[in-house]
Design a protein around this ligand. Structure first.
Ligand SMILES: Cc1ncc(COP(=O)(O)O)c(C=O)c1O
Length: 413
């Protein structure tokens, strides 16, 4: 009989002693599920049910159009932006909630080209989350900007006096590798370029201090670690020093200095408000605000400590239980180079993932061969990791993942 260094009872004991343990009660999670996909879609905070109900009944239902003023709908993008600013170490007035990450990449990279007029190169990394690349290709086609795509290890050498900005994910969506945000931001500044970070896999996942790092621009999404709900609005961050000269091409009425003056010419609003374009998605922002409020009073240092402990546990158990089964950990083993996920490589990761989901162990698949285990310390338990690795072991040793139904591709993976 194989002896494990860590038993299920050990994990139960770790959960009992976990200072973040009680936070799990703030979320609605089905009892028969091991949820490993909070890095793709966070579960509903209990607060969301209450808030959305109130929005439907009282604000939309009874207040009707008066609620734009009376229920704070019009201020919601800035109000929730302030709360996100605190989570990512940005200053007050530097973050606003709007649109999707994709649209925000377009707005901010356009703004970066305008702030660095005369420079036309945008640096990105190979293997970047595709939407960032797609939208930058569109922007390049419109503006004549040039896209310079390099390996993550070559980002620093790709920066020169032609570069307006880089736009790079802080944590890689596939491998979970975390780049050195301070170092790359400094490298951009040394050549007079702007540093723009995609924080989709960082906000609510790892401690961030954008102000201390001198980050110029950032985007991130609301539905992953912030638990804002499916398709929740995204956020944009712009350092205060750039506000006055900030121009973005989707200059809609909500970013105007006086939207309800109905002037014919565009005059940008003050500060970060000029990043707004159209009417805020009030229902979506309500979910996002509930998600962000679930973070109140949470110490990001404790979150990071637990995330690293969950990762260690996962890596150790996979090494022990799954050696010789064709599966390996691809996330960096050094804690400092890791975001808040563990990625496993297996040649048939897609059917493996489907077979796990059929057992109630929900992770996700990213091509060509990655099974992702998202680590979300607010509601994840040590025992979830234990049960997930046992399920992986069982599914691999029994060969159940080979069933033909698990090979059928769903639209969303
Ligand atoms: C790094 C990164 N950027 C962008 C996105 C998605 O952007 P959007 O919210 O526009 O769909 C994701 C979603 O998974 C992502 O991981």
């Amino acid at each position: 009989v194989e002896t494990l260094a860590t038993t299920r009872a050990d994990c139960v004991a770790l959960d009992a002693a976990d200072p973040l343990g009680p936070k799990r009660g703030a979320f609605e999670l089905p009892p028969d599920v091991v949820y490993l996909d909070g890095n793709s879609l966070g579960p509903p905070p209990r607060l969301a049910r209450e808030r959305v109900q109130q929005l439907l009944d009282r604000e939309w239902g009874t207040g009707l159009v008066r609620s734009w003023n009376d229920a704070g709908w019009i201020e919601a993008p800035l109000r929730v932006g302030e709360k996100i600013a605190r989570l990512i170490g940005a200053a007050p007035g530097e973050v606003v909630v709007a649109d999707s990450t994709t649209v925000n990449v377009f707005k901010l990279l356009s703004a970066a080209l305008a702030l660095r007029a005369g420079r036309r190169v945008i640096v990105m990394r190979e293997g970047e989350f595709p939407t960032d690349g797609y939208v930058t290709q569109g922007l390049a086609a419109m503006t004549g900007a040039e896209l310079r795509c390099v390996a993550a290890t070559d980002l620093e050498v790709a920066l020169d006096a032609d570069v307006a900005a880089f736009c790079v994910s802080h944590v890689d969506y596939r491998t979970g590798e975390m780049l050195d945000l301070h170092r790359l931001t400094d490298a951009a500044h040394r050549v007079g370029a702007l540093a723009m970070w995609d924080l989709c896999h960082s906000a609510g996942a790892v401690p961030l201090d954008l102000t201390a790092a001198g980050v110029d621009l950032a985007v991130g999404c609301g539905y992953k670690y912030l638990n804002g709900g499916p398709g929740a609005p995204a956020f944009c961050m712009v350092a205060t020093s750039h506000h006055e000269r900030l121009q973005q091409p989707l200059s809609g009425w909500m970013g105007h200095a006086a939207p309800f003056a109905f002037e014919q010419g565009y005059r940008p609003g003050t500060g970060i408000t000029r990043l707004l374009s159209g009417t805020p998605a009030v229902l979506g922002i309500a979910g996002l605000e509930a998600g962000v409020d679930a973070w109140q009073g949470v110490d990001m240092v404790a979150v990071r400590a637990k995330s690293l402990a969950l990762a260690e546990l996962c890596v150790t158990l996979v090494d022990q239980r799954c050696s010789g089964l064709g599966i390996e950990v691809v996330t960096p083993r050094e804690a400092a180079r890791r975001g808040s996920q563990v990625s496993l490589r297996f040649a048939d990761a897609y059917p493996l993932g489907r077979a796990l989901i059929a057992r109630g162990v929900i992770g996700d698949f990213r091509p060509p061969d990655i099974l992702r285990v998202g680590l979300t310390p607010l509601y994840m338990r040590y025992v979830d990791i234990y049960d997930a690795v046992e399920a992986i072991h069982d599914v691999l040793t029994s060969g159940v993942w080979r069933r033909p139904e698990y090979a059928v591709r769903t639209v969303v993976t």
